[in-house]
Design a protein around this ligand. Structure first.
Ligand SMILES: [Fe+2]
Ligand SMILES: [Fe+2]
Length: 315
């Protein structure tokens, strides 16, 4: 076969990547000095509920990065390989940004987070580590265990894309603190921008529909449970909610969530569950789950990204 026909053949083979253009890792710098704990004025429940994501995300996103670096040598599609590398850089920046909110914002306001984040650390660093149940994974299971975990990430990334769209569209939050809103929208916009990568990688390495289906049924309730428990953990530290003894195992936090959701300050549980349905379809394609144009429009105007560029120029 001549080099020209090889090139033609290469061009006709469909890429495993569904991401348009090249992903861009953006540096950001947030100034937390003026952000109040009740960052949506008059809405302590919604403020704590959203503040919780700073507890939940860093451990999970660093786990994504470790796993993707492990999967990278197995990727044979050039474009997808680049997507994965850029995805890792974006997720690492997300984890660092939420980590900075944890230390410079929540801790500054006296919120104790460690007893909660310890659970996430165990989940991502022990239970879902390369070792199965604390023992070295047998060679023949290594790839399956890897693809299984990539399926978990694909399910989570569908959720983060849904939430990214929500953050970009929520007008009620515009009454709140601009720095926290920027964190949510910058992160949300990058989730929308890289929404296809996890699913493309999972499929490229052999992940199939049945396992995606059952994985999602396990992962989605687990994430909602962790989120609600983390939010309850913050609420237990607020004298206004102490008497309610907030807990994931008590109805109050779930009922109050639905009540507050009606005011437009939070997505409702029903809406979130409904938004997960497309992932269960055999024809699911993340491309249809968001607008890259809308995401890029926000990313080009993010104050934290502009601040990081100013720091770089001044250095
Ligand atoms: Fe992220
Ligand atoms: Fe993501």
């Amino acid at each position: 076969m001549s080099p020209t026909s090889i090139l033609k053949r290469k061009k006709s083979v469909k890429s495993a990547s569904n991401t348009e253009g090249r992903l861009v890792p953006r540096k950001v710098a947030f100034d937390w000095s003026q952000t109040p704990l009740e960052w949506i004025p008059g809405q302590p429940f919604a403020s704590h509920f959203i503040n919780e994501i700073n507890l939940l995300l860093p451990a999970g996103e660093f786990w994504f990065c470790r796993l993707y670096n492990k999967a990278l040598p197995l990727v044979t599609d050039e474009k997808l390989r680049d997507d994965v590398q850029m995805f890792v850089r974006q997720e690492a920046m997300h984890a660092r940004a939420h980590g900075s909110a944890l230390v410079d914002y929540l801790h500054t306001h006296g919120i104790e987070t460690e007893s909660n984040t310890r659970r996430e650390d165990w989940l991502f660093e022990t239970l879902l580590s390369d070792d199965l149940f604390g023992r070295k994974t047998p060679k023949f299971l290594e790839r399956r265990w890897l693809v299984f975990r990539l399926g978990i990430i694909a399910a989570i990334e569908h959720m983060t894309c849904v939430l990214g769209n929500y953050a970009l569209d929520n007008k009620e939050w515009e009454k709140g603190d601009p720095v926290l809103l920027d964190l949510l929208r910058w992160h949300g916009a990058e989730e929308v921008e890289h929404r296809s990568v996890a699913f493309d990688l999972y499929k490229h390495l052999g992940g199939g529909y049945p396992s995606r289906y059952y994985l999602a049924t396990i992962v989605m309730p687990m994430i909602f449970g962790l989120w609600v428990e983390g939010a309850a953990h913050i609420m237990r530290q607020d004298p206004r909610f102490k008497a309610k003894k907030p807990s994931v195992f008590r109805p109050w936090v779930w009922l109050e969530w639905q009540r507050v959701a009606k005011t437009g300050q939070l997505p409702s549980l029903f809406w979130l569950l409904k938004s997960q349905l497309p992932f269960f379809s055999p024809w699911y394609n993340p491309v249809h789950e968001g607008s890259t144009e809308q995401a890029l429009a926000y990313l080009n105007s993010s104050p934290a990204a502009a601040r990081a560029r100013e720091f770089k120029a001044a250095a």
